[in-house]
Design a protein around this ligand. Structure first.
Ligand SMILES: Nc1ncnc2c1ncn2[C@@H]1O[C@H](COP(=O)(O)OP(=O)(O)OP(=O)(O)O)[C@@H](O)[C@H]1O
Ligand SMILES: [Mg+2]
Length: 211
């Protein structure tokens, strides 16, 4: 029986997910609520999930897009069964860097390998019935995001790459529109401090924890 609270961070590349999560970690580490929070990343975190993450990110043989989809799903099943579900059952607040919305945006909307409905169904299966209570979508145009990445990444940005990332953003925008109650759509072009204030105020309000 779920007693905890489940928060996810979503958005395209370099929108600032890890920056915000790290700021949150820092704040929580020095608070009396340190043991109440569990931080995870998707894909990964569980031992087998981390092995799968390595395959997704570093396999020499580029996976078929369907293989890639199933690897993400497999990693998430492990993460949910072995880490998130037990933590929520203990009443913890779980914070995940990406979750199933990433699958819908990247493998669904951007790769366009299966109808969105099917990807949505698979993504939900992979979370073994767990749904985030709250999702922060850090909304940033790919053009702004790639400026943040610096020149080395800009060099690799061919037209096709940019088209892909625009599809990811379009996917997230649609997901956010369809899930207005769960997803907070944040203008990620604001300063990290500004975004952090918005995020912490919402977390305090929803969890009733005075960080
Ligand atoms: N609000 C912000 N304004 C300007 N730059 C930012 C902001 N937030 C993060 N950055 C910078 O953008 C870069 C990418 O940030 P970060 O790694 O947090 O993004 P991410 O969403 O976790 O990316 P990825 O999807 O690749 O993991 C970093 O150099 C970071 O310092
Ligand atoms: Mg990151």
């Amino acid at each position: 029986m779920k007693k905890g609270y489940f928060i996810t961070f979503e958005g395209g590349e370099a929108c600032g997910k890890s920056t915000q999560i790290n700021m949150l970690k820092k704040m929580i580490e020095s608070s009396p609520y340190k043991d109440k929070f569990v931080f995870v990343r998707d894909p990964g975190q569980s031992p087998l999930g981390e092995e799968i993450r390595k395959i997704i990110l570093f396999a020499k043989d580029t996976p078929n897009p369907i293989t890639e989809l199933f690897l993400y799903l497999a990693s998430r099943v492990e993460l949910c069964e072995k880490i998130i579900k037990p933590a929520l059952n203990e009443g913890k607040i779980v914070i995940s860097d990406r979750f199933y919305d990433s699958t819908i945006a990247y493998q669904g909307y951007a790769r366009n390998i299966l109808p969105i409905k099917e990807v949505l169904h698979l993504a939900k299966m992979s979370s073994i019935g767990l749904t985030p209570d709250l999702t922060f979508y850090l909304n940033l145009s790919p053009v702004e995001a790639f400026k943040r990445k610096g020149n080395s990444v800009l060099d690799r940005m061919e037209l096709e790459g940019e088209t892909f990332h625009l599809k990811v953003k379009n996917g997230y925008d649609n997901i956010a529109k369809k899930n207005k109650k769960r997803i907070i759509n944040i203008d990620a072009s604001k300063s990290p401090e500004n975004i952090f204030e918005i995020i912490t105020n919402i977390i305090k309000d929803k969890t009733k924890i005075n960080l």
